[in-house]
Design a protein around this ligand. Structure first.
Ligand SMILES: Cc1cc2nc3c(=O)[nH]c(=O)nc-3n(C[C@H](O)[C@H](O)[C@H](O)COP(=O)(O)O)c2cc1C
Length: 163
């Protein structure tokens, strides 16, 4: 089983993935966030997305019980921000420029795009939960590249603007 897990991780490392930071607050207004690559569009009508969260995460209960959360696409030059939100036991929001959404979710001001979501429930599978987000509002900045993760490194994909 350990061999399978190692080869699974090595295989997934060959799949380039966009890096997002997901944020929410709990009922006391405390802010939580984590870095993720397990993000995908789910449905168009209505617009919805998924992101998977490990049950070992400190922020797990906050997200599973959250009513709203936000998904941020991170600037290609901002891998430090992604590493901050992937680090346990630190104040992840220290020094990070934030606005609050209408529902009180922290929105990272320097992100390339934001999907503000209403929580659409979650499914537990293995050691992760799939969080469903029903998209309420979006914001995107066209002229910046997003951070990607590929072969265990951060990088970027630069393409001419086609759409
Ligand atoms: C590039 C990258 C991608 C990650 N993707 C995920 C992911 O999709 N799901 C997840 O649960 N953790 C992922 N992590 C790890 C979490 O960001 C990290 O464990 C985080 O600190 C968990 O939140 P916590 O500090 O509240 O425990 C990723 C980390 C990195 C660096």
């Amino acid at each position: 089983m350990d061999d399978l897990i190692q080869s699974f991780k090595a295989t997934m490392a060959r799949y380039p993935a966009g890096v997002v930071v997901v944020t929410t607050t709990d009922e006391e207004g405390r802010a939580y966030g984590f870095t993720a690559t397990s993000f995908s569009s789910l449905s168009l009508k209505p617009p919805s997305i998924i992101v998977c969260l490990a049950n070992t995460a400190y922020c797990y209960n906050a997200f599973v019980n959250s009513r709203h959360f936000a998904v941020h696409f991170i600037d290609a030059e901002d891998s430090a921000l992604a590493m901050g939100f992937a680090s346990k036991g630190i104040d992840k929001f220290s020094g990070v420029k934030v606005d609050l959404s209408a529902e009180g979710v922290p929105l990272l001001k320097d992100s390339v795009a934001v999907l503000e979501c209403g929580a659409g429930g979650h499914f537990v599978s293995g050691d992760h939960a799939i969080l469903i987000g029903n998209v309420l509002r979006t914001k995107v900045s066209d002229d910046r590249d997003v951070l990607v993760h590929y072969r265990r490194q951060f990088g970027k994909v630069s393409m001419p603007a086609a759409i």
